[in-house]
Every structure is written in structure tokens, then in C-alpha cells.
Design a protein around this ligand. Structure first.
Ligand code: ZN
Length: 231
């Protein structure tokens, strides 16, 4: 192919793209959307006739055959009345809370670290650093969802006196992991859903079914630090 031929071809291709992106073409595309929404503008069809589909752009969608059978939900779900779910917010079962909760209701804290197949090495490194530095209660590696935690995780529990150290330390050493910090009170559901602090992005926690508990989670440190905390 000569340079001249190539130039001609390029010009044709360029024109094809220019047509695709031109205001006329765009107005056709927008109008096509309007047509699909039942808002046909006048004269659009006539214009559409003039625009040829560029070569190589035509395709036939492949769709699976329709399923044969009946809906397990029956055919009257549309009749169901709108219903307000029972409130799950603490103290709001009947309007707003009468008074604030005492902060001394918090007996201890958990820090849950979430990770996946791409971030497990970061989780392992932070976990190692924690083990070296803090007298905490360290849990197992959970490679499957466990309790209200819907992705792989590990946790450590700690006593209230460590909070002013653990929070800034995690802020600076999270390595970008999502970390749930929750207090332990007599209301585990609220502990996980409404009393939380998050380091970095939050993620779903399935604690909606957690009942209130007379006994508050206790912390029994199982780690003896070996490294002096950097200050
Ligand atoms: Zn926890």
C-alpha cells in the first residue's frame, strides 16, 4: 500500500470516527435513548435512515432462551403493602433517646482487620507489628466470613487504656486496609453497626441479628510485646 493510499484510507477512517462523534451522530444516539424511553422527538427516524452503520460495527446479540416454569413467589407480590421495618437503631425503638449513653458503658474494644487475596501480606505485616508492640488479645486468621464479618479477617481485642495509643497508631500503620474498631457494650448489634470507628473505608457488617447480651465481651491479653513502641 502506497503512502498516498494509506493517507486516503486514514482519512476515511478519521471521517468514520468523526461521524461517530459528530453532533449529528450524538444527537441521534441521544434521541435513540429518548425513543427507547418512549419520548420520540420528531424527525429522528428520518435522520436515522441516513446514517449507515460503519462496517464491522454490526452485531447480533446472543441471548439465552427464556426459562420455562412458574415464579416461586406466585403472581401477587405486587399487592403487598409497604411496611416499615422494626427500628434497629439503639435507643430509637420509640422516638429519640431520652439521654446520652455513659461512655463508661464501654468495657473494651476490638479492632477487626479485613483483607483479601491481594492485601493479605499487608494484613500479615500489620499483625506482626501489633504482636511485637501491644499487649492485646489476638484472634485467629479467619479466611472465611465469620460472625458478622463478611470477608476474611483477623482481630485483636484491647483494654480501654490502650485506645488513645491504638487509634493514632492504626491511622498511621493501616497500610490502607479497612479496619473496624468497635467498642464492647451490652449491645453487640449497636457495637458493630452504630458505635463504630473505621480506619479507611468502611464495609458491610452483618450484625443485624445480634441479640443484646447480659455479659459484655471480656479481654484476656495473650500477647507479650517484645519491641518498644516507636515514639
Ligand atoms: Zn469484634
Amino acid at each position: 500500500m502506497s503512502d498516498e493510499q494509506r493517507m486516503v484510507q486514514n482519512t476515511e477512517q478519521d471521517q468514520e470516527w468523526a461521524d461517530l462523534l459528530s453532533p449529528t451522530r450524538r444527537s441521534f444516539l441521544v434521541s435513540a435513548g429518548l425513543t427507547a424511553a418512549g419520548l420520540t422527538a420528531s424527525g429522528i427516524e428520518a435522520e436515522a435512515q441516513d446514517i449507515a452503520v460503519p462496517q464491522g460495527f454490526s452485531f447480533k446479540p446472543i441471548v439465552p432462551p427464556p426459562d420455562v416454569g412458574k415464579s416461586p413467589w406466585g403472581y401477587e407480590t405486587y399487592k403487598e403493602a409497604v411496611a416499615r421495618p422494626k427500628s434497629i437503631r439503639p435507643g430509637e425503638e420509640s422516638g429519640l433517646p431520652k439521654a446520652p449513653r455513659a461512655y463508661t458503658d464501654i468495657k473494651s474494644y476490638h479492632a477487626h482487620f479485613y483483607f483479601d487475596e491481594d492485601t493479605y501480606e499487608k494484613a500479615a505485616l500489620v499483625r506482626k507489628w501489633v504482636i511485637e508492640r501491644f499487649p492485646v488479645e489476638l484472634g485467629n486468621w479467619n479466611l472465611q466470613p465469620r460472625g458478622p464479618h463478611v470477608t476474611p479477617s483477623f482481630y485483636f481485642g484491647f483494654t480501654n487504656d490502650l485506645l488513645p495509643i491504638v487509634v493514632p497508631w492504626l491511622q498511621l500503620n493501616s497500610l490502607g486496609l479497612t479496619i473496624l474498631l468497635h467498642p464492647n457494650t451490652d449491645d453487640p448489634r449497636a457495637d458493630h453497626l452504630y458505635y463504630t470507628l473505621w480506619v479507611n473505608r468502611s464495609q458491610a457488617v452483618n450484625a443485624y441479628g445480634m441479640p443484646k447480651s447480659a455479659t459484655v465481651e471480656k479481654i484476656f491479653p495473650n500477647i507479650k510485646p517484645t519491641v518498644k513502641l516507636e515514639v
